[in-house]
Design a protein around this ligand. Structure first.
Ligand code: ZN
Ligand code: ZN
Length: 223
């Protein structure tokens, strides 16, 4: 939590991204492109801007999450998050720092094209962190009929299941904040209450337990 959430994500990454955004826009300026905004939504009501940003960003992240499972070298980094053996809100904060870079880079381009700046991401970030904490909180709740819209603890625990169904060997329930993409694209799977199921992946028992071990593990050649 200290490294991913405070040190890396808030301080280092925000500093880096502001510099990166400024230099990126500078390069575009040299090329004569001063306004990348394709559709400007800044005049829309605030709630509508937030909703559009949430839906768009969440869909992109859902697709990135699938790639983290399907592409082997990306999976090596994502395994850090899947190495949790027991759910608890802090499980949400166990992930490799490279994931922050991957997710944020993929998000930046499409969102700036509709006129959202780096500051707008922060509100969204705060909301999605809250939902993410809940999804990992080891409570068996679904939000009733809203489960078809919002990802929920009862659904996300199955994403962490050690055994995947034969029909979906790469994984199920990839939703971040919204569950709707998994229902649309048929990757939703909640066979029963996930309470007490085994979490992790094959040979999770041998995965490094400590912070340093996990940070370096994805860079090592698979023995
Ligand atoms: Zn995952
Ligand atoms: Zn998770």
């Amino acid at each position: 939590m200290l490294f991913n959430f405070f040190l890396f994500s808030l301080v280092v990454y925000n500093a880096l991204s502001n510099v990166a955004v400024a230099s990126f826009n500078h390069v575009l300026g040299i090329m004569g492109i001063t306004n990348m905004v394709a559709i400007n939504l800044n005049n829309a009501p605030l709630w509508a801007q937030f909703l559009i940003m949430l839906v768009l960003a969440d869909f992109i992240q859902w697709a990135v999450h699938i790639m983290l499972h399907r592409v082997n070298w990306l999976w090596q980094f994502h395994k850090v998050h899947h190495s949790v053996r027991e759910m608890g809100f802090a499980a949400h904060l166990r992930f490799h720092w490279l994931e922050t870079i991957i997710y944020k880079s993929v998000l930046y381009l499409p969102l700036t094209m509709i006129g959202f700046g780096i500051d707008d991401f922060f509100v969204l970030h705060a909301f999605t962190v809250l939902v993410g904490h809940l999804n990992h909180a080891n409570v068996d709740i679904t939000y009733g009929p809203l489960k078809y819209i919002f990802n929920n603890p009862a659904m996300h625990i199955w994403h962490h299941a050690k055994k995947m169904p034969q029909s979906h060997p790469y994984g199920i329930n990839f939703g971040i904040t919204l569950s709707v993409w998994d229902y649309i694209f048929r990757t939703a799977h909640i066979p029963s209450s996930g309470k007490d199921i085994e979490l992790g992946f094959d040979e999770v028992e041998n995965y490094p337990q400590g912070f340093v071990g996990q940070v370096f593990k994805p860079f090592k050649k698979n023995e």
